[in-house]
Design a binder for this molecule. Sequence first.
Ligand code: BES
Ligand code: ZN
Ligand code: ZN
Length: 449
Amino acid sequence: MKISLAPARPKNIPLIRLVEGGERASPYDLVIGNRREMTRRRLTVTIRKVIARAKELGLRKIAIRLNDFVFPHLAISRQDLAEHIAVNCLLANYEFVYYKTRPKEGWHTVQEAVVIEKGSDKEVKESIRRGIMIGNEINECRTLGNTRAADLTPARLAEAATQAALGTSITIEILGKKEMEKLMMGGVLAVAKGSVEEPRFIIMKYLGGGSEQPIVLIGKAVTFDSGGMNLKRDDYIAEMHLDMLGGAAVIHAIVLAAKMKLKKNIIALIPAVENMVSGASMHPGDIVRTMSGTTIEVLNTDAEGRIILADALTYAERFHPRLVIDVATLTSAAVVALGQMISALFTDDDDLAERILKLGQDSGDYFWRLPLWEEYRYLIKSDFADISANRARWGAAIAAALFLKTFVRKYPWAHLDIAPRIWTSEGECLAKGASGTPIRLLIRLLEQY
Ligand code: BES
Ligand code: ZN
Ligand code: ZN
């Protein structure tokens, strides 16, 4: 979709207006209720509803007025608003049609949105441009997520990362099984054993920050999570091609940072595996030696995410990072705790937590902090190895976070469990499937940190 700025409504392009209620005058009006009650969360959905309305009406081109999105009790700068409009128009217009036959009349998406703004000043224009870059990158991430496991293996994901970085200054290194064996990445290798698809460890580097220490982003990329020998039953197994979304978000966050030419050093690490069942799979009870030397008793093979992340957290040490953030669809317990609208944040760093929570509110990639108390460590103790990967009955999202913390050395760290937002939910006006969280939050954090 093209998004442009104009000082007045171009002829023949219908204007979609936001109206409070009774005064709905044309089919293009969108009723939004009391303008005094607008909140940032509702604004996000309102922007998307404009696109939904346009699709419903079969409109290919629409116009909206920037001023229509200014509300008396909602503090937001014009620039921020312009970016927010661009991002959310793109997110709402996205449809995943790769596996569908194109209808005769074409896809029901909007081709052009004109934002009417009298002043059309440079800053607003720049914000729209930024919003377009962000929105498109998030949609690319959603497409990777929505692509089925048969078509997106660890090797294909590595190719996709290479493709995505084309034209930027990012350098990519892709480790295969042999290289991982040399590094003794026992966690990644153990999870990958059961699949005919070989694992990959993707390393992407964007160096725009001179001699500064880098920020490392780590993303879980399980291209299909069957659960392994602890096979998933009906608990959304058919959606487990989405279990690589942490990795996809990290890939597109670093690509976006490169396209935006941030003056930062950023490294992305993506352990990519398929968690399958076969004669070669891990057995429940196996003990795995990770790259760090710490051993894991795998009491449940469905806890594969933390096992591959362990090696990535250790690998990160070599970069002497000033911050490490991991992003993972890690636990169903996080979904139980928070529902489908907001993800879980774990960190010992209060300032960092505050910052992420704030950016979550601003970006729409919402986060809620959960405790990372050492008192919960009994949940992951093992009788036969250093720690265990098991199914904690209660507090399983916390147990997983503490498990990861075991491998964190010498750097500040936050863990983002995005399982709650693995797919979009009712009412948020986004196509079914991957949500593309938390790229928008990450880019803001990278800019500021
Ligand atoms: N990928 C899943 C977590 C998940 C489940 C994300 C549903 C989104 C929706 C993860 O690998 C997993 O299976 N976790 C287990 C952990 C348990 C075996 C310790 C879980 O949360 O049930
Ligand atoms: Zn699992
Ligand atoms: Zn998983």
